[in-house]
Design a protein around this ligand. Structure first.
Ligand SMILES: CC(C)(COP(=O)(O)OP(=O)(O)OC[C@H]1O[C@@H](n2cnc3c(N)ncnc32)[C@H](O)[C@@H]1OP(=O)(O)O)[C@@H](O)C(=O)NCCC(=O)NCCS
Length: 132
């Protein structure tokens, strides 16, 4: 079940992402995965997504992202952005699979010197249906 995260999720989400704070743009899927978004105008930025380590590789992140896209598109979001380390192969593969495309690169963006890849996904509308 997809739902907004609440204060009751603090403990288990904090175990995965210590800086997490309850806010209106965090979504939880089956208490095994969560995604944090920031929205402005018709744009959304993915701040973080994580799946519990024992639950990875089962399609949860893909399902969560697709369902967040639908919810956010219903709220008027048309463009989705995110930033990911180029060495995070699982995340980069996930985003490509969902239709995100690289639009920029930020060299030495992270403290460890790694390059950040900026990716974008545009929601297209066809006969009232979201492509995602
Ligand atoms: C990245 C992450 C969210 C993926 O979650 P997941 O539930 O395991 O991903 P899914 O099972 O939904 O996989 C969907 C697609 O992502 C890609 N993918 C996922 N894990 C992968 C891996 N280990 N290696 C390569 N591709 C991978 C594949 O394209 C996969 O599709 P496929 O199974 O048809 O090949 C998860 O590994 C995670 O929580 N990592 C730690 C936190 C993190 O790095 N978040 C991203 C910060 S930007």
């Amino acid at each position: 079940m997809l739902r907004l995260a609440t204060k009751n999720d603090s403990e288990w989400i904090a175990a995965i992402h210590p800086l997490w704070k309850p806010n209106s743009s965090s979504w939880v899927l089956d208490k095994k995965a969560f995604a944090i978004w920031q929205t402005a105008s018709d744009e959304a930025e993915l701040l973080y997504i994580a799946v519990e380590a024992s639950e990875r590789g089962k399609g949860l992140a893909k399902t969560l992202m697709e369902r967040c896209h639908k919810e956010l598109i219903a709220q008027g979001i048309k463009k989705f952005y995110l930033e990911v380390s180029e060495t995070n192969i699982s995340a980069v593969s996930l985003y490509k699979k969902l239709g995100y495309e690289k639009i920029a690169e930020r060299k030495e963006y992270y403290k460890n010197g790694e390059t950040a890849v900026v990716m974008k996904f545009s929601a297209f509308w066809d006969m009232g249906q979201a492509a995602c």
